[in-house]
Design a protein. Structure first.
Length: 492
């Protein structure tokens, strides 16, 4: 066996020699956003002892000095005895939800699960009053095989479907078993919500339709299991995975509609779930339209040269002071990178300082945007943000048009999801991500989890009513899509 020493913390792990480090380092805080393809550099570690020769990918990813200092991509490394690794461990805040709600009382306890692409949240709920008794959170173990949905779907299509299904079921089973110990009465129901890809990967559905146009799932309906079918120790307790709304608009948005009561509101309103995938629904009691946006992973920090997810060491916000950008780091200490909310702040600040012109180009004579000692955003990072925010803004405009109005007619805009709740609204408006009046924007918390909690006391027919009330549209078939997108990419 090979013994590997991990720093900080002086931990050791023992594995078979030659084991890919990608298979063993994820539980210890090393992430693999590109699924181990060697393209994102997020899995970099510093080898202190028994450093292997650099691979061709290492030589492309690091400077000569960094190679000499022991930096390597762990997705390209294999376990050898005596290896010592310095890891950049971090913890991440997870957006739970403890909003008090009124429900029709039911007997027993339930468990509500938000099956996120990056993070998992499970809550033990007393169904008599929908109060929360305990919460468990974890990283989605599927992230070892890619941070974004398309990378994960590609892994599933190349023989990894059952592995991804089993990983998520086992992780949730561990969380559920832990919660069940704190229940003073039987668990009567489990509800699960997630985006369309998570719905399929958890349920064992065919993800091939999600990998190619027109991206129309064939089995996005309500999924019903018993806990024993999933390998969970709750016997015949029913497990319901709420239905999706079409395309890449998943059951997390179905839950969001339940949580905000969007389908019962007068006038035209908007719910935006900004996470790894952008999902939007617009309308009210007279009908809803929904769509997903190909915003890419920029809001999660992926694809940005100094990007990382919102975790300890990430620049979470930025302010301007004395003609400079001043970062605030999550958890304090030195900045390791920048996450989505910090990225939006930094670009908004750079626009105010006139370091960036409205087209997105850096001001003449400027080569980068310094955000912290040793960390700077490049012109390509600005372009990535433009592509992402342009997609969201385009979706907002076109959904409003589909409901027969414009953004000026919106009464309320609900921002859901972790990114949507940590982002500074003024900065989002400044860069044109939210082309709306900031006075009507409300952070709505984790509406997916809240909706899953409410669904523990709902009858199944409510989901059918919401699906029938909601029309899914494909944004790219709108004749004005290209022009709207081009306009939305510029900065106000």
């Amino acid at each position: 066996m090979a013994t590997i020493r991990l720093l900080p913390g002086e931990r050791t792990i023992t594995v078979a020699p030659g084991t890919p480090l990608q298979d063993v380092l994820f539980p210890h805080g090393v992430e693999f956003p590109c699924g181990g393809r060697g393209t994102c550099k997020a899995c970099r570690v510093r080898v202190l002892t028994a450093a292997p020769d650099p691979t061709a990918t290492d030589l492309q990813s690091f400077t000569r000095e960094q190679i000499a200092a022991g930096w390597r991509l762990s997705c390209r490394m294999f376990a050898t005895d005596g290896m010592g690794l310095e890891l950049g461990r971090w913890s991440s805040p997870v957006l739970a939800d403890d909003t008090p709600v009124k429900v029709e009382p039911r007997e027993g306890f339930g468990i509500a699960i938000d099956l996120g692409t990056t993070t998992l949240v499970a809550q033990l709920v007393d169904r008599r009053d929908a109060s929360i008794c305990a919460t468990r959170t974890a990283l989605n173990p599927q992230a070892q095989h890619g941070a974004d949905l398309m990378t994960r779907i590609d892994f599933a299509l190349h023989g990894g479907s059952e592995m991804l299904r089993d990983k998520i079921r086992n992780q949730l089973g561990t969380m559920i078993n832990d919660l069940a110990k704190e229940a003073s009465a039987p668990i009567k129901m489990v509800t699960v919500v997630g985006n369309t890809a998570m719905h399929h990967l958890f349920g064992g559905g065919d993800v091939r339709p999600l990998s190619e146009p027109p991206y129309r799932p064939v089995n996005d309906h309500l999924l019903e299991f018993t806990a024993s079918e999933l390998g969970w120790s709750l016997g015949d307790c029913p497990v319901h995975v709420l239905p999706c709304l079409g395309g890449f608009v998943g059951s997390d948005l179905t839950a969001g509609i339940i949580a905000t009561r969007l389908h019962e509101l007068p006038g035209m309103n908007l719910l935006i779930d900004l996470g790894t995938n952008g999902e939007l629904v617009c309308g009210g009691k007279d009908g809803l339209v929904c769509a997903s946006t190909a915003a890419g992973p920029a809001f999660e920090g992926t694809g940005i040269s100094i990007g990382m997810r919102a975790a300890t060491g990430a620049i979470g916000s930025v302010r301007t002071e004395n003609d400079a950008l001043v970062p605030e780091v999550l958890g304090g200490g030195a900045a390791r990178g920048i996450c989505g909310s910090g990225l939006v702040d930094a670009i908004a600040g750079a626009l105010d300082l006139k370091w960036i012109v409205p087209s997105g180009r850096l001001q003449r004579g400027r080569s980068d945007i310094p955000v912290a000692p040793g960390l700077a955003l490049q012109g390509l990072d600005v372009r990535q943000l433009q592509l992402a925010k342009g997609a969201i803004a385009t979706g907002i405009h076109l959904l409003c048009k589909a409901r027969g109005g414009s953004v000026a007619d919106l009464r309320t805009v609900y921002l859901a999801g972790a990114f949507g709740n940590y982002i500074r609204i003024a900065a989002a408006v400044r860069i044109g991500l939210l082309p709306v009046n900031p006075a009507i924007v409300l952070p709505a918390g984790n509406t997916a989890l809240l909706g899953a909690r409410l669904a523990l006391n709902h009858d199944d027919h409510r989901y059918g009513e919401i699906r029938n009330h909601t029309h899914h549209i494909e944004l790219k078939i709108d004749p004005s899509f290209d022009d709207t997108y081009i306009d939305a990419m510029g900065f106000p």
